[in-house]
Design a protein around this ligand. Structure first.
Ligand code: HEM
Length: 511
């Protein structure tokens, strides 16, 4: 029997070995270069993360990146090299250097990219001129005046939330509810109504809409897609590893959003919603400033940007409030001491409640929904941030969570102490005088900052005020307490159920 290998049998394994060896040489060479010769070699960080992107990617795809990087900041300082070409900053002056001073750094194209088959939109575009052009069209939907016109819709959905909770809490014992569900339902229904002209009916039916579940799953794809983009050339190959069912969810989400938007455009009745200025011939004549595909793509993304963020902050803030009954009591006293009837609780009136605003600021500090930090990239010619020169193409992260949880920035940093955000002279205890409140910019800074800030704050104030006006709330007995810092993040915080007990209050008597 002839057992001599054929030429083909001998060549294939040798080719594979040669390829493997070349790859090993390449990785070793680039690791040595990254650690010893790269212009970022002076920025501290763990060896594995400085030498290759593997440490970062492992942390990202397992959902631990946010707190892993926070721990690296605690160990290495305000600037940490989290990959051969990435630096994370956790220092107040990073805000100015990255977003404001002179020319703000552009968005990071690895992270911001429209999904395959979708045009770039207001949020994903890294082209600052395209962004400015689209922002001009979109902004009229987010002014204080627009918000006043949208108020009846916001109030109607918060009414529906409260009515549904009253039904649940009827009877002496009250009820136990999972606020993660209820706040997500509210946030998605409201943004669905304002962005697509139709709510998801989650509050009405007290259950998830399959579309909302699909949106959450498609967010995981975004996290994986971002991880693949860090390996240039491998993206199309690695993306194939994402299950086809999940990729399909993302394209289904887009197709559904587009069909709803067309339904909204066909509606004759004039509405005051997020899409109105984009359809207004005076603001966007003939879709020339913002094309129809850009409108569709922006609205589809706004469904997520405008709902998940507020939903998460509300969940986090209520989680903190029920675990700190003295703070909850202060909030109740303020709300019930300010208003005589529930109908007096308007968006305008809520703007001036110091403790309510402080509780939301503290909720945003401890439970920031944009937990992965704000990402940018060093432009042609490089940039200097916090005194470090960053060569062109360096990925830059401004890490809000690390700044928020640092004892160097905040007195008793991990505790929920809204008083630290009270205005000076309005009952703010002296031990908060040295808190670095300027490290907190949960809505970002500069030309790409959040367009929905006023809307989000108004919605959160209203929900919290109406909740404590109408109900006594507390931690649900016998249920596990959620430690926010243990939650994973895949682009968005993966919230676990937060159960609270609610009981309808007796009619209010003004203090
Ligand atoms: C608690 C709630 C929210 C938080 C913490 C938040 C935070 C942020 C942050 C940090 C950015 C800037 C990202 C960057 O610079 O790269 C941003 C951008 C954005 N946000 Fe929000 N957001 C919230 C709610 C909303 C709402 C309610 C809407 C709309 C209804 C919205 C729409 C947007 C849009 C469209 C952008 C992109 C702006 C641009 O690229 O020009 N956000 N948000």
């Amino acid at each position: 029997m002839d057992i001599t290998p054929t030429a083909k049998e001998t060549t294939l394994p040798s080719l594979a070995c040669a390829f493997g060896l070349l790859l090993l040489l390449y990785w070793t060479g680039s690791a040595v270069y990254s650690v010893l010769f790269h212009p970022l070699r002076h920025v501290p960080g763990p060896l594995l993360w400085r030498a290759s992107r593997l440490g970062f990617i492992r942390s990202l795809v397992t959902g631990h990146l946010v707190h892993d990087v926070r721990k690296l900041h605690a160990r290495y300082g305000d600037a940490v090299r989290t990959a051969p070409n990435e630096v994370s900053f956790a220092r107040e002056d990073a805000w100015n250097d990255v977003f404001a001073r002179g020319k703000p750094l552009p968005r990071n194209p690895s992270f911001f990219k429209a999904p395959p088959g979708q045009p770039d939109n207001l949020v994903t575009t890294v082209d600052e001129r395209a962004n400015a052009r689209m922002r001009q069209v979109v902004m009229p939907a987010f002014t204080e005046r627009a918000l006043a016109r949208q108020e009846p819709t916001v109030q109607a959905y918060v009414d529906l939330l409260i009515d549904r909770l009253v039904e649940r809490a009827a009877g002496k014992e009250g009820a136990v509810i999972n606020v993660v569900d209820w706040f997500n339902w509210l946030a998605f229904d409201l943004v669905g109504e304002l962005a697509l002209g139709e709510s998801f009916g989650c509050l009405q039916n007290a259950k998830h809409h399959p579309w909302v579940t699909m949106i959450f799953n498609s967010l995981k794809v975004m996290a994986l897609a971002a991880a693949t983009r860090y390996q240039p050339g491998l993206e199309p190959f690695l993306l194939r590893l994402v299950p086809a069912s999940i990729r399909k969810m993302q394209s289904d989400h887009y197709a559904l959003a587009v069909s709803k938007i067309h339904g909204r455009m066909a509606a004759k009745a004039r509405r005051e919603d997020f899409i109105s200025p984009m359809l207004d011939p005076q603001i966007n004549p003939g879709f020339r400033k913002m094309s129809l595909p850009e409108v569709e793509s922006t609205m589809s993304l706004l469904l997520i940007a405008g709902s998940e963020t507020t939903g998460t902050t509300l969940c986090g803030t209520v989680n903190c409030l029920v675990q700190n009954p003295d703070k909850l009591q202060k909030l109740e006293r303020e709300v019930r001491g300010t208003f005589s009837t529930e109908t007096d609780i308007t968006l305008r009136a809520l703007q001036n409640l110091p403790f309510l605003n402080a509780a939301i600021s503290e909720g945003l500090r401890l439970c920031n929904p944009v937990a992965g930090g704000i990402l940018r990239t060093a432009p042609k010619g490089g940039a200097t941030v916090c005194g470090y020169f960053l060569p062109e193409g360096t990925h830059v992260a401004v890490n809000s969570v690390a700044m928020s949880l640092s004892e160097a920035n905040f007195y008793r940093a991990t505790e929920f102490l809204p008083e630290r955000f009270l205005p000076e002279g309005c009952g703010r205890p002296a031990h908060f005088d040295n808190d670095r409140r300027n490290t907190q910019k949960p809505f970002g800074l500069g030309p790409r900052s959040c367009v929905g800030k006023s809307f989000a704050l108004a919605e959160m104030r209203l929900v919290l005020a109406r909740l404590v006006w109408r109900f006594d709330i507390c931690v649900a007995p016998g249920r596990r307490r959620i430690d926010w810092n243990k939650l994973k993040t895949f682009v968005v915080v993966q919230k676990e159920a937060i159960h609270i007990a609610i009981k309808e209050k007796k009619p209010a008597v003004k203090e």
